[in-house]
Design a protein around this ligand. Structure first.
Ligand code: MG
Ligand code: MG
Ligand code: MG
Length: 306
């Protein structure tokens, strides 16, 4: 039976491209692997796939009866429906260990690096498999996406070294230029509904029994979001009610200014104060230097909710 390789819900570039690149490696090792995605591609990921000549992976949202490898996540709230009726054979990730469990021992490779793509590159090297030029391109793009062009607090030396090696293989002379091209696509908000924008990069967490949703929109200038803030806030209130959330946070991240305006809809505004030692000013709080959800936001909220 073929194994599906799939990243998290609200797929990002790392989730989609690491699945494709890992499936390519599996095929070279003689295994049948199908890359998949759990949802619509964001404009950045669509751009990356087109640029490097890959077709859009098939949609997979239900794990029932499937053999799966999970990449870029290990949280039940972010994975396939009916994951308990799937056979998870591997997990390859770079986040905190989530709450997915398996009845059998599996290959589980998690590294504290900037992207799953960095880990997938390591797997190619370990198996002594040459990375095709186009695969190197999408792996590089994944690193640049997740690390905000190697600027985010999650960036490690391994990411920088891996990005340089991949750029060489992919024949990309200017990493910055590719990164900016991608983030301009990411900043393209034109014609999108508030709901689309809110869920473009959105993750659910279980924090001490509280359902918490944290989204992120990364733009090259916060002013691009001026007209969207109010409708986004209204949408967050709706989603909070519909989904029974304790809190919904939306990171409006300015990758040039390097900081995040955190829009907050919550049953308890004091969690923001406890997490960041800053009071909400109206609907939001400005967090200078904050660009990474997993390293600079999630751990602080986990503590505040504990
Ligand atoms: Mg991801
Ligand atoms: Mg990632
Ligand atoms: Mg991200």
């Amino acid at each position: 039976m073929a194994v599906y390789i799939v990243g998290h819900k609200s797929p990002d570039t790392d989730s989609v491209c690491s699945a494709i690149a890992y499936a390519e490696l599996k095929k070279k090792l003689g295994e049948e692997a199908i890359p998949a995605r759990q949802g619509e591609l964001n404009p950045e990921t669509a751009f990356v796939l087109e640029k490097f000549g890959f077709s859009v992976p098939e949609l997979l949202t239900d794990g029932e009866g499937k053999k799966v490898i999970l990449v870029d996540h290990s949280e039940v709230s972010q994975t396939l429906d009916n994951i308990d009726k799937a056979e998870i054979v591997e997990i390859v990730d770079h986040h905190k260990i989530g709450d997915i469990t398996t009845p059998n021992p599996i290959f589980y490779l998690n590294m504290p690096v900037g992207s799953t793509a960095t880990v997938v590159k390591k797997l190619y090297d370990e198996h002594g498999v040459e990375i095709p030029q186009n695969v190197a391109g999408i792996l590089l793009a994944s690193i640049l996406s997740d690390t905000v062009i190697l600027k985010s607090a999650t960036t490690t030396d391994a990411d920088v070294k891996t990005a340089e090696e991949l750029a060489k293989i992919a024949g990309i002379g200017d990493i910055q230029e590719l990164g900016m091209e991608m983030f301009k696509k990411k900043s393209d908000l034109e014609g999108k509904s508030p709901r689309d924008l809110l869920f473009r990069d959105f993750k659910d967490f279980n924090m001490s029994g509280n359902k918490v949703g944290i989204g992120q929109i990364e733009v090259v200038s916060l002013s691009l979001l001026d007209e969207f803030k109010e409708p986004l806030y209204e949408e967050m209130k709706k989603v909070k009610e519909e989904g029974g959330y304790h809190s919904i946070f939306l990171m409006l991240t300015d990758i040039i200014q390097e900081g995040t305006e955190l829009l907050s809809v919550t049953d308890d505004p004091s969690v923001v104060k406890r997490a960041f030692d800053k009071e909400l000013e109206g609907k939001s709080v400005w967090l200078p230097g904050v660009m990474s959800r997993k390293k600079q936001v999630v751990p602080f909220f986990e503590k505040a909710f504990a």
